[in-house]
Design a protein around this ligand. Structure first.
Ligand code: FEO
Length: 173
């Protein structure tokens, strides 16, 4: 049994996850056009992870008998000045998502909705990793600055990222 308030909050967040996926898909396309194939791969993996996050919320809500709604999504920016800017936007966005997950967790605690609190725990941990990955790349990009060779080395590192479906994940993408 999930409250109307909790199901509405989770549905709002499900839409944030979809926005995240859209954002990273556009960034992948933009990086590809910049000639940064590794960064394009990194953002594509990020897109696929976000679709999995979306599907986790979808599955949880439908298992609770909630019909989801997907209002028209906010347009995603499609122009960036650099890879560094894309990653700074990514980190700022992920920090907002972390705050949202914490707020949802707090709501679940206040409502004594332990099923939702436990469901959200995976995301609490996931957000630490997401922010850490972004910070790491931003730090490296700041070190290399405008040095093309340095940027290409980071791009090569970003090419190594692979999409791994965690055990027990709902099927997505
Ligand atoms: Fe689904 Fe990047 O948080």
């Amino acid at each position: 049994m999930i409250s109307k308030a909790m199901s509405e909050s989770l549905t709002t967040h499900l839409n944030f996850e979809l926005y995240s996926a859209n954002q990273y898909l556009v960034m992948s396309s933009y990086a590809n056009e910049m000639g940064l194939k590794g960064a394009a791969n990194w953002f594509m993996v990020q897109y696929r992870e976000e679709m999995l996050h979306f599907m986790r919320f979808y599955t949880y809500l439908t298992d609770q008998g909630v019909v989801i709604s997907i209002p028209a999504s906010k347009a995603v920016p499609d122009s960036y000045s650099s890879l560094l800017e894309m990653l700074e936007i990514t980190l700022a966005h992920e920090r907002i998502i972390t705050t949202c997950i914490n707020d949802l967790s707090e709501q679940a605690v206040v409502e004594k909705d332990h099923a939702t609190r436990i469901f959200l725990q995976w995301f609490v941990t996931e957000q630490i990793e997401e922010e850490n990955n972004d910070r790491d790349l931003i730090a490296k990009l700041k070190i290399v600055g405008d040095n093309g060779h340095g940027i290409l080395m980071i791009d090569a590192e970003m090419a190594q990222r692979v999409f791994v479906v965690p055990a027990g994940s709902p099927l997505a993408v």
